[in-house]
Design a protein around this ligand. Structure first.
Ligand SMILES: *[C@@H]1O[C@H](CO)[C@@H](O)[C@H](O)[C@H]1NC(C)=O
Length: 203
């Protein structure tokens, strides 16, 4: 199994093979020249691995993380292509009231589509945080806005190399894969389809 994994990694990573980085051991290492990527060392060979768009490598936690909110960088979170062909995550109703739902909508870039990605894992918008209601991480659960509670598990999101956004062991998902206005975002088991692939577009 491990052999297969390494073989797959070698195949997908060959074109990004990193010359000039000497692996101290197998594992994941900081790329001191570019924090938007890291080195993966396998059997003594280094591969340069990009972080998903918008994220930076954190050597202490060994993951690509949201950059600090202090940078005040805001993003559109797009699904289904780009801001023209796809849709943006959006606050249903437009107002950041408690329990407002997150939905898909045409990308217009106004305040209710401008997300900040905090280093504590929270995804913030208009002073509130994306939140899993009652911490019930079940399939088809909706995503709401709530008061930010730093380091509470139902507000800690991570993004993986396939651009899926994880929380509490599930993934953010578009119901029935329908990338249309007003479709509410949901939680679902993680899978490989386009309805879970998000692109972060810096504003
Ligand atoms: C979005 O994607 C379409 C189709 O691939 C392309 O024609 C268009 O130029 C892109 N628009 C932007 C804003 O990138």
């Amino acid at each position: 199994m491990k052999g297969i994994l390494i073989a797959v990694l070698l195949c997908v990573s060959l074109k990004s093979m990193a010359l000039g980085f000497v692996c101290p051991a197998d594992g994941l290492f900081l790329n001191s020249e570019d924090k938007h990527s890291y080195f993966q060392c396998a059997s003594g060979t280094a591969f340069l691995m990009p972080c998903p768009s918008g994220l930076v490598w954190d050597q202490s936690s060994h993951v690509c993380e949201w950059p600090s909110v202090q940078a005040s960088q805001r993003f559109l979170i797009v699904i289904g292509g780009n801001t023209t062909t796809g849709k943006c995550l959006d606050i249903a109703g437009g107002d950041a009231v408690l329990h407002a739902q997150i939905q898909l909508f045409r990308c217009h870039g106004k305040q209710n589509q401008q997300f900040e990605l905090n280093h504590d894992g929270s995804i913030r918008i208009m002073g509130k945080c994306l939140d899993i209601p009652d911490s019930r991480a079940i399939d088809h659960q909706s995503i709401q806005l709530f008061h930010c509670r730093s380091a509470q598990e139902n507000q800690i999101f991570t993004i993986d190399g396939e651009n899926r956004i994880h929380v509490m062991g599930k993934c953010l998902d578009v119901p029935n894969g329908q990338i249309v206005n007003n479709n509410p975002l949901q939680l679902f088991r993680c899978h490989d389809q386009a309805s879970q692939r998000f692109t972060l577009v810096p504003l």
